[in-house]
Design a protein around this ligand. Structure first.
Ligand code: HEC
Length: 141
């Protein structure tokens, strides 16, 4: 019985830890430079930058990202479910516009980060420029 209690207690502690973590994450302000920039650079910049501007979308600078692609703006600050930049992450892979266009979906945690960032107003600090993977070596070594 005491072993059962121990396990039950451990479970309660673990679960409440998880719930607390989730609420903390929900209320926390997303930091564009620390959290969003690396996700976009690693998953999207390969194809959405000055060299390969697929669908007319360039995500290198705030100005270009906010302008959007051939379908118009892809970021609607405060409304992730109206933002193509977020919506394309949720599409199934039989859809040609599912992004990134690899068989694997982006990690849930990263999807959530993009969601929260847009929800919180899509803040992009002045002058912050994203670097395509093709240029990482050049700029980071
Ligand atoms: C391997 C190249 C590649 C990568 C990586 C990539 N995209 Fe794309 N993206 C494309 C292509 C190609 C299209 C056009 C797809 C079509 O219409 O068939 C596109 C279209 C889009 C569109 C539609 C734009 C419009 O105005 O219609 C959005 C939004 C988009 N991508 C966002 C993203 C995001 C966000 C990521 C990262 C999670 C990403 N893409 C990663 C190649 C890529």
């Amino acid at each position: 019985m005491s072993r059962f209690l121990c396990i039950a207690l451990a479970l309660v502690v673990t679960l409440s830890g998880c719930v607390m973590n989730l609420t903390r994450l929900k209320n926390e302000e997303v930091d564009f430079v620390r959290q969003v920039k690396p996700i976009l650079e690693a998953s999207c910049l390969e194809c959405h930058q000055h060299q390969y501007e697929f669908a007319g979308l360039n995500l290198e600078t705030k100005e270009r990202a906010m302008k959007g692609g051939r379908s118009g703006p892809v970021i609607v600050p405060g409304a992730p479910h109206k933002s193509l930049l977020y919506k394309v992450l949720l599409l199934g892979h039989n859809n040609p516009v599912a992004m990134p266009p690899t068989p694997e979906r982006m990690e849930r945690e990263n999807e959530q980060t993009i969601h929260d960032w847009i929800q919180q107003g899509a803040k992009w600090p002045k002058g912050v420029r994203l670097t395509p993977p093709q240029e990482w070596k050049k700029s980071r070594s």
